[in-house]
Design a binder for this molecule. Structure first.
Ligand SMILES: [Zn+2]
Length: 156
């Protein structure tokens, strides 16, 4: 029977291996019923994909393997505390629990500082560094009205 420490050690092992494979020092595993069902590593620079964080990569692999967008019943073990994007993805995937090795401060100390995103989230959109403005709302809302009235939709 594998333990929580075994799963975290696997995530850590992936994070170290990934450095030697041209990626960032991040790894994650997703566990269901005591077994690893998917892994992910950071491939941002290797894949030219700014969203290819370890947790997002692991979520994509797990969802594909299970054939479901809902990963409830699964837990994620990640070598570092999730950034806001990954935390959002973890909520959307309905994972049950997060275990992390390094924390945000450890990441910041080696140049991976996501605190500015957390700071931005506290602000109103118009006060953020990233300009954000509503446009064509009365046209965009038509898709939402159609979705609201659609009877055979899959809710998620
Ligand atoms: Zn992330």
């Amino acid at each position: 029977m594998k333990t929580k420490n075994d799963f975290m050690r696997k995530a850590i092992e992936l994070s170290i291996e990934n450095i030697h494979n041209g990626g960032g020092p991040f790894g994650a595993v997703i566990v269901k019923d005591g077994e690893i069902i998917a892994t992910g590593v950071n491939r941002v620079t290797a894949s030219c994909d700014p969203t290819a964080h370890a947790e997002v990569s692991a979520i994509r692999a797990a969802a594909s393997k299970l054939g479901s967008f809902n990963l409830s019943g699964c837990e994620i073990y990640t070598s570092c505390e999730p950034c806001p994007m990954c935390l959002g993805a973890i909520y959307w995937a309905h994972l049950d629990k997060i275990y992390y090795g390094n924390n945000k401060t450890d990441a910041k100390n080696i140049g991976f500082d996501d605190s500015f995103i957390y700071d931005e989230l506290e602000l109103k959109p118009e006060n953020r560094k990233l300009p954000s403005k509503i446009l064509l709302h009365n046209e965009a809302i038509k898709a939402f009205e159609e979705w609201r009235d659609k009877e055979d939709k899959i809710e998620y």
